[in-house]
Design a protein around this ligand. Structure first.
Ligand code: ATP
Ligand code: MG
Length: 227
């Protein structure tokens, strides 16, 4: 199973920001998406979940078209999405956040909580009262409630202290290993994420500058020239 991204471009207000992207991304691996600010990483993820209307080209998941502007439908294909900001309901309890996320995917998959002991113990707490790292874990747990085959995450460790960032990344690696759920992650902690990811995609100026195994990338002396 995979994403097939075939000559995809996307624009905001007529301004094209990703150009002619062609990728075949397996949906059961740990894949890192890297690149400078403004290189098109978030836009690529938005295309993959259909969160952007102005998209040209063909994008399929598991053979099914990912339809622009139809996030709810695309989620049903087995794609989870964790946006960078506003990804939990701060005024609701942890449990209610999870219940709402699971609404269209009954019965609720309570086993997800076993992956996150730190939040499993805080079911009654207000989501907004959790630490930054715990809120990110809750956001991931909410995405897992839709029983995705793959989860797309946009900088889930942004703004976190290094130890919390590592905790979140380790949880994601655990999820990938224990459940086989694919992880496609935009991450600014390049060194840590490269260690975890099997595959890297590097965006530069809205185009794919590198796409391949991380082992190959790490062998290259000057991998930074891709950035
Ligand atoms: N909602 C928007 N409206 C107009 N332009 C946008 C919008 N979102 C992104 N852009 C532009 O599209 C380009 C790619 O942005 P994108 O957010 O995909 O980059 P990114 O690689 O995720 O950057 P960052 O690392 O800063 O998150 C940038 O030039 C950005 O200014
Ligand atoms: Mg971004």
């Amino acid at each position: 199973m995979s994403f097939t991204i075939d000559h995809v471009s996307a624009s905001y207000g007529g301004n094209t920001v990703i150009h002619d992207v062609c990728l075949e991304v397996p949906s059961d691996r740990f894949v890192g998406v890297f690149g400078h600010n403004g290189s098109g990483k978030s836009t690529l993820l938005k295309c993959m979940i259909g969160r952007i209307g102005a998209m040209a080209g063909d994008l399929r998941f598991d053979g099914h078209p990912v339809v622009p502007d139809k996030v709810h439908r695309n989620v049903m294909l087995g794609i989870g999405f964790v946006p960078q900001t506003q990804n939990v309901f701060p005024n609701l309890s942890v449990w209610d956040c999870l219940r709402i996320a699971a609404m269209n995917h009954q019965p609720m998959d309570v086993a997800v909580l076993d992956l996150f002991p730190a939040i499993a113990n805080r079911r009654r707490a207000r989501a907004g009262s959790l630490s930054g790292g715990q809120q990110q874990m809750l956001a991931v747990a909410m995405a897992l409630m839709t029983r995705p085959k793959v989860v797309l995450l946009d900088e889930p460790t942004a703004g976190l202290a290094p130890n919390l960032a590592n905790e979140v990344l380790n949880s994601l690696q655990d999820i990938n290993r224990k459940t086989g759920t694919g992880i496609i992650i935009v991450e600014q902690n390049v060194v840590t994420a490269l260690r975890m990811a099997e595959r890297a995609i590097i965006m530069k100026g809205g185009r794919v500058a590198y796409d391949g195994p991380t082992t190959e990338l790490q062998r290259q002396e000057d991998l930074w020239h891709y950035f």
